[in-house]
Design a protein around this ligand. Sequence first.
Ligand SMILES: *Cc1c(COP(=O)(O)O)cnc(C)c1O
Length: 379
Amino acid sequence: MATLDLPTNPYLLLTPGPLSTSATVKAAMRRDWCTWDAEYNNLIQDIRTRLVALATSKITDYTAVLMQGSGSFSVESVLGSVVPHSGRLLIIANGAYGERMVQMATRMQIAISVLRVSELDRPTPELVAERLLQESDITHVACVHCETTTGMLNPVQEIGSVVKDAGKIWIVDAMSSFAGLPIDVANWDIDFLISSANKCIQGVPGFGFVIAKRTALLECAGIARSVSLDLFDQWQTMEQQNGKWRFTSPTHVVHAFYQAMLELEQEGGIAARHTRYQENQHLLVDGMLALGFKLVVENLAWHSPIITTFRYPEIENFSFSHLYEQLKTHGFVIYPGKVTDLDCFRIGNIGEVYAADIERLLVAMKKVCLEFKMDPVSA
Ligand SMILES: *Cc1c(COP(=O)(O)O)cnc(C)c1O
């Protein structure tokens, strides 16, 4: 039998998921798990109940459905399972994740309308109201909450009130924000909220989940454009067979996720986690500005506490891959940018990351800038 020592992590992930997880979350994956009996199914039911409780205080109006795959699979599952063939979906897009929904809906031949806003700007309730008035055949509206492309936090609560006043079904991709900041799906009147295991709940990748208003989900029988991504069928099986997944479930990921949920509770819940992420971000932004870096989204009120995007410094020999590699040798992995037509990079604040880690990152960042004469302050 092979033996294995647990490797220590050579670097901290400052990325928007997968992210750095606790040792105890990782440890939950170090064995094989059965799935057939009540023990596992009860665990799934417990996870579903806990997810709804994280999303709202009006727990009887909502349900949680888990779906295999990365977060995008859950987004595709919702779009393909809830917009009927006679429906039309308005997609609000100000970044790569909004555009991904456009791509999914187009591939599934769902009739769409796209409300595109610059990646450096935010969609407004007024713009959405105007579009809904112009195109009264729209039945569903979808928007990303934290556009992870820039870190921009879209005003989904305000947009949602326009969407619901107009009587439309409201879909929110809260992938990178759910559990990282307070959201109440009932107060915000969200019909379908999507997130995944490896973002702010701080689990590992392998499944996503949908918090759905029961009355809205009940309307979705027989709509799905895919068998494996049929949200309604997945829900029915989980409801009727006490937490059973239709197809092989990611057992290790599920157990790690359960451990991560316990740790979220131990931390003090979403409010405490939000405070930690905010503290991380304030330290990061202050430190980076002091080093001479500039923000892509200049209005700090628009920033989510999840991830921050910085412009490349305006100096001749700047190389992102250089910065990346050097920071990696110092024990930090950052993320490339994704904004169209703008040279930038991203640093995430989420995961098992604390103020002391951000302080250490800033020390390393300064060192790297000086070593390679990339000191943006002197540029
Ligand atoms: C991470 C993320 C997704 C899903 O991405 P996957 O790579 O499929 O997990 C979707 N939307 C947003 C806003 C995200 O941050």
